[in-house]
Design a protein around this ligand. Structure first.
Ligand code: UDP
Length: 317
């Protein structure tokens, strides 16, 4: 298939680009490199350095049969301080991309949505029919695009899938997380092990969980990539499917720190800090729907293995 990957210079987009190329697809990456890296775009893909807002000429030229859309602002904290950037890039940019697709007669899309669309859950594991009550602008902006896709499917015959990621981690094809502003737990812990920062702050030890630290569902980027390749051909015209992607097991912040200590052999000193605003105690996915519909099954469910893969790439920097 001839595909366009919006945001293919970022962490997840670059891994999926590599997987698409390995599968024999022809890939054009559209990325403005505002947070991505040109050298993360796998060789074999063509890079168009263009923003979502200006994507129409690229779509008209490439004429893709499908789009995978990873391009977004994704920092929860910043989304509360600079909401305009989140509404403009995530919502305005996505609207421009969908309109560019329509103009180029391309109606198949896989979209990177997020567990942040659910907000504070009433129940875990979280299923796709759980209420969507995002607690920050980032989650709200992603939810807006999910709604946009539903209406484009109904009105314009789009075949769309939203994949709601939980905590993506690990590395594949030599590509890992590389954010200028790192906020995620696993890469931060590994930065301490690599001597790039002094210690890690644990945000809250007074949560109602067995060890008092927050529980999250860490899904390996390679399993996530598999899900994209399965999702791409799945929906028919007029259909918008939503799937959660997590490995189905929760791990606490303390368990992540312990795994990072085991993998790196570094003591990774921690300090105890207050809770981070808006952090639910426990976020774990039910991925039963994508398992049943598409036969997806995560292959890397072991936390130490996920951290080891992340470390394998992080230590080379
Ligand atoms: N966390 C932490 N210290 C940090 C970064 C994160 O204790 O320096 C915790 C955070 O409170 C959350 C978990 O680690 O409970 C995962 O956070 P992350 O930012 O990696 O992902 P999120 O769950 O926010 O998507």
């Amino acid at each position: 298939m001839r595909v366009l990957v919006a945001g293919g210079a970022g962490y997840i987009g670059s891994v999926v680009t590599a997987a698409l190329l390995a599968d024999g697809h022809e890939v054009t990456v559209l990325d403005d490199l505002s947070t991505g890296h040109a050298d993360a775009v796998p060789s074999g893909a063509t890079l168009a350095e263009v923003s979502l807002h200006d994507s129409a000429p690229v779509l008209a030229d490439v004429r893709p049969e499908a789009v995978l859309h990873f391009a977004a602002r994704s920092l929860v904290g910043v989304s509360q301080q600079q909401p305009e950037d989140y509404w403009s890039t995530n919502v305005g940019g996505s609207l421009a991309l969908l309109e560019a697709m329509r103009a180029a007669d391309c109606r198949r899309i896989v979209f990177s949505s997020t567990a942040a669309t659910y907000g504070e859950p009433d129940q875990v594991p979280i299923r796709e029919d759980a209420p969507t009550r995002p607690t920050n602008t980032y989650g709200a902006s992603k939810l807006a695009v999910d709604h946009m896709l539903t209406s484009y499917a109904v009105a314009h015959g789009f075949a769309a899938v939203s994949l709601r990621y939980f905590n993506v981690a690990g590395a594949a094809f030599g590509l890992g997380e590389r954010h200028a502003t790192e906020t995620h737990l696993i890469p931060l812990a590994l930065q301490v092990a690599a001597g790039q920062r002094e210690s890690l702050t644990v945000f809250g030890r007074d949560y109602p969980t067995p060890d008092g630290t927050c529980i999250r569902d860490y899904v390996h980027v390679e399993d996530l990539s598999d899900a994209h390749l399965l999702a791409l051909p799945a929906p028919s015209a007029g259909e918008h499917r939503i799937y959660n992607l997590g490995n189905g097991t929760g791990f606490s912040v303390q368990q992540v720190v312990d795994a990072a200590r085991e993998v790196t052999g570094h003591p990774i000193p921690t300090t105890d800090g207050p809770r981070r605003a808006g952090d639910p105690a426990q976020l774990v996915a039910s991925s039963d729907r994508i398992r049943a519909d598409l036969g997806w099954a995560p292959r890397h469910t072991d936390l130490v293995g996920i951290v080891r893969d992340a470390w394998g790439v992080a230590r080379t920097r």
